[in-house]
Design a protein around this ligand. Structure first.
Ligand code: HT7
Ligand code: ZN
Length: 863
């Protein structure tokens, strides 16, 4: 695939002012007539040919200013429509294309999901509907007329407000929608189908009433209340926290079953993977409720950060995605608990972004080159992009941050903007030079910071020496120092805060020293509080220092981090063969936390959740042996199970007893989280009483959180109770695909050699389909996330994944390429496994007719 480079950006030669789409829906022969009012771009300096993008398009007719275009005046291929010598002034083009939604398995452009017509246009799907300058800096006002069989598609939706609708002959009907806000083509959407809906209204801060509707397949409307509630809370929050009001008269969400990602922020008509809409206590876990809340908010927040202000080009993707993730994280923190949200967000960042940043697929938050943009919807763009915004707020303070955001909204409303324009707003609002800070956007890799403190008893000073280093990443062999904001506090050895309480150190050179004065006793350093910068940190803290922080740090994040640090130290030593390693400091810390009645149960649950196998592999970084990691983690959890049994049982009993009707709120979810974390550890050794407890909880549970937690506790053990639970879950929920996904995932996660055959058998099961991305991710994606089984020493796991990806590729390249994300970390494996992974990747690279998506991922994974 050819390279697209940021430095080659040129403004479009032609602009489109209005688009009128006339869409005649039909399962195999949908007809689209696009009427484009175009004019030459006064700001462009290039040739004036009209070149429109297409993708697998079939042109049936084209007129220019009302006259059929002479076939010698244009060239049409499925991928491009060129008019080499158009008139020099404004023109109207009418283009008719014919589509087959029923065979569109890529789920890009116009397709059918369970008979519902829907569209997905980001990033480059609009060109699968009609020929168009399909780039985000071409913004137009859209009017969409949809016509369909009334019986098959009684509901017809598009962006904006509905202006007309009615019946026509032959059982057909139509609706016209007009969106007054100019938008890029990737935000276009339409839906047609037989759908149920729930509705509500929202009164905006200026007193306008907005109609809210959530559309779903029939029989599922009762599962949409939590999504609706999340939407209303998001709308209020954006008014209160960012001063942003919704702008159309209606806001719609449509949930579909076949969807490549989580959801899509099309103007006024968000389309969702139904996994992130449908919820009931019976079928959704607390984690599902939290995801629904976060994703509904994320897509809604895009209305300002993404839609009203969009991206000039796809290199600026983090302008909307990083910023919108930051906004949804802040929303969740306000709705739930800021401390717990931060712990969860950092866990996720380390699990998915740090791994990406340290492997062959590392790339800057603003890449300078891509071959397939779909492969850049990554944790780096989203999660690291959000971390940059968070650091910016730490650096300039909350007030200037808000003033910068206001300036951005004011200045760029209606624009297709760049990162430079965004940063300029904060530089202006804070009167700071943010040039060096902006390097976070262009330099890939996670900085490693060493922080070594030295207390001088005589001088009563504490000197902190800071050194930063970022390892090379693909295409960036040498790195510059970054601007790293480090929130710092000092405690005494009894855990009392010293008078230098909170302090911000901005590390912006390769090494730097800071001196604290009047420090009368040896301090304990708490640094990178609230994870103020996305770095890997090493300090010269003693184990006792870490214990002080684990018991007393006033920053919940760093208190949790201290416990993880104690656990990680034990785990790494065990992986390296130190069997006699003592877990006493960790056990003390956990006993402390379990006994502390003032702590939120959700925090205690997080403290009990040991680093994952992936976390440990990341810490070890080289020559990774997934089996040794698995054994170490199992041994640690076994030790905790035995040594903490009484307090774990007490925690379990306390929260098992306090059961009322199910409530998905954060407090109740936190209590369930602690009860279930205790159960998980109690059962870690396969202790018969604990297994019986888990089996009973599974059988008696009145909600999916408790049911899945019980199944997760049984899952690592090869026992009849586990198999009975799998069967019972299937029997009860066989008609609910979203629960079936949990059933598939849990089986794919079993850490036993037999899992591989179980997975192959499950692909033949009637509940499974390679056509539905949720099913594929639930089974094959989960297997790729099962470290000990995916990384079988014989390489069969690698071969199975690559062969599956190659088989899926012709049907859905995005899905195939995403599965290959499992190879982000292959280079850190021990030589035997690394060789097997490399061989599997090379076999893919040689396969004929790879999609651009798959070829790009494999090429980069091997480079
Ligand atoms: N902006 C969206 C990203 C997206 C997407 C969504 C669904 C299917 C294909 C897609 N390609 C890109 C989702 C978001 O970040 O909000
Ligand atoms: Zn987004």
């Amino acid at each position: 695939p050819i390279a697209i480079r940021l430095e080659d950006y040129r403004p479009p030669d032609w602009l489109v002012d209005t688009v009128h789409l006339d869409i005649d829906l039909h399962p195999t022969e949908a007809r689209v007539i696009a009427t484009l009012k175009m004019r030459p771009n006064p700001d462009a300096d290039g040739a004036r040919a009209i070149v429109l993008d297409g993708d697998e398009l079939k042109l049936s007719r084209i007129t220019l200013d009302g006259k059929t275009l002479d076939p010698r005046a244009y060239v049409a291929t499925p991928e491009r429509l060129t008019i080499p010598r158009p008139p020099s002034g404004p023109i109207t083009l009418e283009i008719e294309t014919l589509l087959n939604p029923s065979t569109n398995t890529q789920l890009m452009g116009l397709y059918q999901s369970n008979g519902i017509y829907c569209t997905q246009c980001e990033a480059e799907g609009f060109r699968r509907i009609t020929y168009f300058p399909d780039r985000p800096d071409v913004m137009a006002v859209y009017t969409t007329r949809i016509e369909a069989d009334k019986a098959a598609a009684p509901i017809l939706l598009a962006n904006g407000n509905m202006t007309e609708s009615g019946d026509i002959d032959n059982g057909r009907h139509f609706a016209v929608w007009h969106d007054p806000f100019p938008k890029p083509s990737y935000l276009f959407a339409m839906v047609g189908g037989d759908l149920a809906f729930i509705e509500d209204t929202f009164r905006t801060m200026s007193g306008r009433d907005v109609a809210l509707k959530i559309y779903v397949e029939h029989g599922k409307a009762h599962l949409c209340d939590y999504a609706m509630d999340s939407l209303k809370r998001s709308m209020r929050w954006d008014e209160e926290v960012f001063g942003r009001e919704y702008d159309l008269d209606i806001f719609m969400i449509v949930a579909v079953a076949d969807f490549n990602m989580g959801a899509m922020e099309n103007k006024g008509l968000n389309i969702f993977n139904d996994k992130y809409v449908l919820a009931s206590p019976e079928t959704a876990t607390d984690a599902d409720y939290a995801s629904i809340e976060a994703i509904v908010a994320h897509e809604y927040f895009h209305n300002w950060t993404g839609n009203r202000i969009t991206c000039r080009d796809w290199f600026q993707l983090c302008l909307k995605e990083g910023l919108t993730v930051f906004r949804d994280q802040e929303f969740s923190a306000d709705q739930r608990s800021a401390a717990l949200e931060r712990i969860g967000d950092v866990r996720n960042l380390r699990a998915i972004q740090f791994t990406e940043d340290s492997g062959p697929l590392a790339h800057p938050v603003r890449p300078s080159m891509y071959r397939e943009i779909n492969n850049f919807y990554t944790p780096t763009i989203y999660e690291k992009g959000a971390e940059i915004i968070r650091m910016l707020r730490v650096m300039i303070g909350r007030e200037d941050f808000r003033r910068g955001m206001d300036l951005y909204f004011d200045r760029h409303d209606g624009d297709a903007a760049t990162i430079e324009q965004f940063i300029a707003c904060f530089a202006e609002a804070s009167k700071r030079d943010l040039t060096h800070f902006s390097q976070w956007y262009s330099q890939a890799g996670t900085p490693h910071v060493a922080a070594e403190g030295q207390w001088n008893a005589e001088a009563k000073t504490y000197r902190l020496d800071l050194v930063q280093n970022t390892l090379p990443t693909p295409g960036q062999p040498s790195k510059e120092p970054q601007v790293i904001p480090l929130a710092v506090a000092l405690f005494d050895e009894q855990g009392r805060a010293m008078k230098t309480d909170e302090h911000l150190i901005v590390l912006d050179r390769a090494s730097q020293s800071v001196e604290f004065r009047n420090i009368k006793s040896r301090p304990v350093l708490s640094i990178n509080r609230e994870f103020s910068a996305p770095i890997v940190l090493r300090t010269n803290a003693t184990e006792e220092d870490t214990q002080v922080l684990a018991a007393h740090d006033t920053d919940s994040f760093n208190r949790w981090q201290a416990i993880q640090t104690l656990a990680m130290k034990w785990l790494v030593a065990h992986v390296r063969g130190a069997e006699a390693n003592t877990a006493a400091p960790l056990l003390d810390a956990l006993k402390n936390v379990l006994a502390d009645r003032k702590l939120a149960p959700a925090f205690v649950a997080q403290a009990l959740a040991m680093p994952t196998e992936g976390d440990i592999a990341g810490e070890i970084a080289k020559n990774v042996d997934p089996d040794a990691i698995f054994r170490a983690r199992k041994a640690l959890r076994g030790t905790l199970s035995e040594e903490l049994r009484a307090s774990l049982q007490a925690a379990y009993d306390t929260y098992a007893a306090s059961r009322g009707p199910f409530n998905p709120d954060a407090k109740s979810a936190g209590e369930r989280a602690l009860k279930n974390a205790a159960l998980d550890l109690l059962a870690a050794n396969g202790d018969a009483k604990a297994i019986a407890l888990a089996a009973r909880q599974f059988a008696d549970a009145d909600n999916m959180t408790d049911r899945m937690a019980a199944l997760a506790a049984l899952m690592p053990h090869d026992i009849p109770e586990r198999e009975q639970a799998f069967k019972a879950l299937y029997d009860r929920f066989e008609n609910d695909p979203l629960v079936i996904d949990k059933w598939l995932t849990m089986q794919a996660m079993v850490p036993e050699a037999a899992t591989f055959d179980r997975i192959k058998a499950l692909t033949e099961h009637k509940a499974f389909s390679f056509k539905n991305p949720n099913r594929v991710r639930a089974l094959i994606g989960a297997f790729a996330g099962n470290p000990s089984q995916f990384n079988r020493p014989d390489g069969a796991g690698y071969r199975y994944l690559t062969e599956t990806a190659v088989a899926i590729d012709p049907q859905n390249p995005q899905l195939a390429a995403r599965l290959m994300g499992a190879f982000k970390t292959w280079r850190r494996l021990e030589p035997g496994r690394a060789a097997a992974a490399e061989a599997a990747l090379k076999a893919v690279a040689k396969a004929p007719n790879l999609s651009r998506d798959l070829a790009d991922i494999v090429g980069r994974a091997l480079a």
